[in-house]
Write a new protein. Structure first.
Length: 202
């Protein structure tokens, strides 16, 4: 079973990576995630992580899902990789990819690869026809949407802060230039007045 889900996000790749890799904050930004915590944490986006999410079917109908993964994030690539080590999806490989499409636009892609559960005869069929499209891909699409929206919010905030900083610098420069001009004008006026006063005395 291979599933591919992707989304165009209007945010730079490094910011998309940061939001996607900061999984401990996912329950704050992704309502379908019940909890995320590291059983073993070796660093940012690095360790053994347990996750639990709801698979919503519409209205009040939903199904709880749960898994444990080895996680490794690489900010230089950038990419986030998982290897499921516990739960029904044990043995699944997952990669989050971040491909710049244009300036501050990123194609975020999640690829799940899995032979299926260890069920005699029907494991592969169950993965291809049920678990893959109706659980794995369905949850991945909601996760992509939430991560993408959060990355876009952060990008807008950073751009606004950057524009505000530039505006403050320009205003300070203008004020400084006015101050210099006024100072020069004042000094010039004083010089003219002093010269006129001396001539009058002579």
């Amino acid at each position: 079973m291979i599933t591919v889900d992707e989304r165009i996000v209007r945010a730079p790749a490094h910011l998309c990576f940061r939001v996607a890799a900061d999984v401990e904050r996912w329950p704050e930004i992704l309502p379908h995630y019940r909890y995320v915590y590291f059983r073993e944490k070796r660093g940012f986006a690095d360790g053994v992580v347990e996750m639990a999410a709801w698979r919503h079917f519409g209205g009040p109908l939903r199904y709880p899902t749960w898994w444990v993964s080895e996680m490794r994030g690489d900010p230089d690539e950038p990419a986030v990789r998982y290897r499921h080590v516990d739960g029904i999806t044990r043995g699944m490989d997952v990669i989050w990819e971040f491909h710049p499409e244009a300036e501050d636009v990123t194609r975020v892609r999640i690829v799940h690869t899995w032979p299926g559960p260890r069920w005699p005869l029907i494991g592969g069929i169950a993965a291809d026809l049920v678990i893959g499209p109706h659980f794995i891909s369905a949850i991945a699409q909601r996760t992509l949407r939430g991560v993408g929206m959060e990355a876009e919010r952060r990008a807008l905030r950073e751009n606004a802060e950057s524009l505000g900083s530039h505006g403050d610098a320009e205003n300070a420069e203008k004020i400084g230039s006015r101050g210099d001009a006024q100072g020069a004008e004042t000094i010039g006026s004083r010089g003219d007045a002093e010269s006129a006063e001396k001539l009058g005395s002579h």
